[in-house]
Design a protein around this ligand. Structure first.
Ligand code: ZN
Length: 76
């Protein structure tokens, strides 16, 4: 069954991809999982799950999920 990634729009096969996505997902923490659950209704591809894991805290633009509620407005 083909799925379209809710984040990047790439088509991928959920069954082929499932163990990889599950593995990537299992490395995320609770806030990263909340972020995905609240922002994306559908499956994400493995790359996107990994990217969120890598970059979620990298640029500080997730004030909703940050206790500090720090907003950086100078990021394009
Ligand atoms: Zn994707």
């Amino acid at each position: 069954m083909k799925k379209v990634c809710a984040r990047c729009g790439m088509t991928f096969s959920c069954t082929d991809n499932q163990s990889e996505v599950t593995r990537a997902f299992s490395r995320l923490d609770a806030r990263q999982r909340d972020y995905i659950a609240e922002n994306y209704d559908n499956c994400l591809c493995c790359d996107c799950v990994q990217e969120i894991g890598k970059f979620f805290y990298a640029f500080g633009v997730n004030p909703y999920y940050s206790k500090k509620r720090k907003i950086l407005s100078d990021i394009d």
